[in-house]
Design a protein around this ligand. Sequence first.
Ligand SMILES: Cc1cc2nc3c(=O)[nH]c(=O)nc-3n(C[C@H](O)[C@H](O)[C@H](O)COP(=O)(O)O)c2cc1C
Length: 376
Amino acid sequence: MAELFDEIEINGMALKNRSVRSATWTGMAKKDGRCSTKLTKLMGNLARGEVGLIITGFAYVMPNGQALNNQLGIHDDAMIPSLLKLTKRVHAANGKIAMQIVHAGVQSVMRQRRNQPAWGPSAVYDPLFRRTPKAMTQREIKETVHTFARAADRVKRAGFDAVELHGAHGYLVSQFLSPARNRRTDKYGGPVENRARFLFEIYRAVRKSVGRDFPVLIKLNTKDFVRGGLTQRDALFVAKRLAEMGIDAIEMSGGIPAAGDLGPARPKIRKASDEAYFLPLAKKIKKVVSVPIILVGGLRSFKAANDILKTGAADLISMSRPLIREPGLIRRWKKGDRKKAKCISCNQCFGAARGPEGVYCVVERLAKTRRKGNRL
Ligand SMILES: Cc1cc2nc3c(=O)[nH]c(=O)nc-3n(C[C@H](O)[C@H](O)[C@H](O)COP(=O)(O)O)c2cc1C
């Protein structure tokens, strides 16, 4: 079976190893969604750090799908020139980069701030975001599907190696999949075949727009970890159908913000048994699909990552927080320093990303300041 530093090819995209930088919103894009020099530099560092595949933070496909401030946009051709600089930088460092595309639905904080209605499958009150979305009409669903397809075409034109659809973490696609959020009585609601229709239409439209030879990935929940949310059985159905339809790889995640400590970025990963918290569910999905499975969530040690690959439980492993603290983590492991990632999963990086600098590791910054202080 494979090991971390083995190569892999995903629909023609040759990766030098099995590591992925999971999509991470950095808060470093420009106000209008364009990529900044700072973000380009950060991605260049990750590529130099020997990450096999870098996935950008989620980029909104239309303005009303923007989740957060200083988020990348892919809603307009005007985004392309700055993104071309980004992909060029990563390729010059011998890296590969995919863009993750999203519509945030009810989780559009920007929309909330502007006091504008957010879109959702049904008008179900969201206690965490404290708002009720407007139930999308079939016309708006159609429009959104086309918007994803146009966005994916921009991703390709901007020089990315792949596109990843965000189907997880409680954003619009995940809201449609969830029986708790989707109470529709038309062809987009009810049994999982109907709740998944919106996603399947997006996938088909995206595939048509980018062609058979361009890698299309998806990030999916193994389970929502909230009462009435997406179940593992439904997730199995969705993953299986997408694989049959021709998706090129599935990144398995889980949870939505309302799941708290059972959300996508779980806190307190301390012991080996805390790592890879979606592995048991992802394994079941791996058994029924033939496409590469990327496992994300709590990977911290070389041993855990390599064992997962060696046993064939997943084909690639994906990390976010560890690479915020150590963009050179994969290179360090490759050079033979196999100590586990320094990340302590405190999640203070989320707060940092909201600030003027964009994302950084708060713990690392404090440690650096202390080291500096000791030298004075
Ligand atoms: C600051 C921050 C921003 C994130 N932004 C995204 C995002 O844009 N898209 C996404 O799918 N997941 C996002 N995530 C979740 C991660 O991709 C990942 O699924 C989660 O953190 C678990 O992996 P980890 O334990 O390696 O951090 C973000 C996580 C963090 C910490």
